[in-house]
Design a protein around this ligand. Structure first.
Ligand SMILES: Cc1cc2nc3c(=O)[nH]c(=O)nc-3n(C[C@H](O)[C@H](O)[C@H](O)COP(=O)(O)OP(=O)(O)OC[C@H]3O[C@@H](n4cnc5c(N)ncnc54)[C@H](O)[C@@H]3O)c2cc1C
Length: 420
């Protein structure tokens, strides 16, 4: 029996691709989907936070079509950075034309003199974009998102997620908008209705052995037994965990002290999400906007109503505001909401006379994994150690990685192929 912990996309994809092989999924929540869930509030649909499906593997669109036939809308990204009172098209580094003149000159000069070892994230930024772009955009934005000095972050994830235009493109982009889009999310798919949660629901309908409201509380690896919160004990031959790695390690009995201490050092940031409704159509022409400046508490604002006409009642718009924070930092949620409303007005997104309602707040404890030296040293050792006890890890937090929905869907498929 394969026991799968967690019914987010990773666990569901594994189960789906296991087909008739014997397995059971244990999920602590009363519904499947993990981060890939949506909710309907007063006629508006909100995801747990904006979830757009970008893909690069040819298998992905066929899987999506099988799960939600004719159920997808294709989008070309419309994204911007709000800086110095104007909207700069994304990516910043290829659209210097949109900056105030003095800032543009700083950025070009810095780009021409760019240097750095690339050993840590700060130095990677300076090596690829130069000091001007670093100071005006990359440093303030990333400090706001990651909440730690950028020298403490290692840069391996950035190669994939931060577009690196060629020198010709950067220099062309100082005079004119580029014709082609850059970056991993230049186009994406989104469900026609119901929000991104319909993807997880479609998978869940096709798997058997899904047990909801079943939280795992401890694991006895030597006996190959999982203990549930209600005290029930379940034996396994193979355990696949999509739980956040530090939580999995914490619930394992008999873990060597060195591994336990390493697990405590795994770092991550949390994201506080505010979902808002505005009684006006198309509050913004963008799908989402980045906010690097410190005067705004949020780092990104998305517009769910721009993704499908079914996301909001006719003539209305919705916003999804993301504020990152350290996991154990106390949050004054009301103050954040007030500052957010103020910031959205300053940026001209909310206008005088708009009727704005906060419909949703939620805090995603495990949002972004921080890549650092501790992670790099610990991860291979821990995964090998766990395999010795018949435990495999999977998913964004199971493998402690910066993974997209497509990544975890494919990881589930690949592990199923290996195990079947
Ligand atoms: C802010 C943010 C924005 C994102 N935007 C995008 C995007 O636009 N596009 C994209 O492709 N990806 C995006 N992602 C990434 C995407 O959400 C993930 O890659 C994917 O949803 C991860 O799925 P998972 O199954 O690995 O993890 P999860 O969804 O976290 O699933 C883990 C499951 O384990 C369950 N669980 C936890 N503890 C226990 C326990 N003790 N017992 C039993 N069950 C337990 C949880 O309830 C959960 O259901 C975003 C992520 C974040 C944080």
């Amino acid at each position: 029996m394969i026991l799968i912990l967690g019914a987010g996309l990773a666990g569901l994809s594994l189960a789906y691709h296991l087909g008739d092989a014997p397995y059971m999924i244990l999920e602590k929540e009363q519904e499947p989907g993990g981060l890939c869930r949506s909710m309907k509030l007063d006629g508006f649909t909100f995801d747990y936070t904006g979830h757009l499906l970008h893909w690069r593997n040819p298998y992905t669109p066929s899987l999506l079509e099988e799960l939600l036939p004719d159920g997808w809308i294709g989008h070309r990204r419309r994204a911007a950075i709000y800086l110095y009172g104007r909207f700069i098209p994304y990516p910043f580094q290829a659209n210097l034309w949109a900056l105030p003149r003095g800032v543009r000159e700083d950025c070009i000069k810095g780009y021409q003199d760019r240097r750095g070892t690339g050993d840590d994230f700060l130095s990677w930024i300076e090596a690829h974009f130069g000091k001007g772009m670093a100071e005006h955009f990359f440093i303030p934005y990333n400090r706001k998102l990651w909440r730690i000095p950028l020298e403490e972050i290692s840069p391996e994830w950035a190669e994939r997620f931060i577009p690196k235009p060629s020198p010709e493109e950067v220099l062309r982009g100082r005079g004119n908008p580029l014709q082609q889009q850059l970056g991993y999310h230049r186009s994406f798919l989104y469900p026609k209705e119901g929000g991104i949660g319909t993807l997880a629901e479609a998978l869940a309908q096709r798997v058997k052995g899904l047990q909801l409201g079943r939280a795992v509380s401890s694991i006895r690896p030597k006996d190959r037994v999982v203990v549930l919160e209600d005290g029930e004990e379940l034996p396994y031959q193979l355990l696949v965990s999509t739980l956040p790695l530090p939580e999995l390690l914490e619930m394992m009995e008999g873990l060597p002290e060195e591994v336990l201490q390493g697990a405590k050092g795994l770092r991550y940031v949390s994201v506080f999400v505010i979902g808002m409704a505005v009684d006006r159509p198309e509050v913004s022409p963008y799908h989402w906007i980045y906010f690097p400046e410190a005067r705004f508490p949020f780092y990104r604002v998305g517009f769910p109503s721009s993704l499908s006409p079914k996301m909001a009642p006719e003539g209305k718009s919705s916003l999804c505001v993301e504020v990152s924070h350290r996991p154990d930092e106390p949050l004054n949620q009301q103050a954040l909401i007030d500052q957010t409303l103020q910031g959205l007005s300053e940026a001209g997104i909310i206008q005088e006379g708009d009727r704005v309602r906060v419909l949703l707040t939620l805090d995603i404890r495990y949002a972004y994994v921080i890549y650092d030296k501790g992670r790099r040293a610990l991860l291979p050792k821990v995964l090998q150690f766990l395999e010795g006890y018949g435990i495999r890890c999977l998913g964004r937090y199971g493998l402690w990685q910066y993974a997209t929905m497509e990544d975890v869907l494919l990881e589930g498929r690949d592990l199923a192929t290996e195990l079947r």
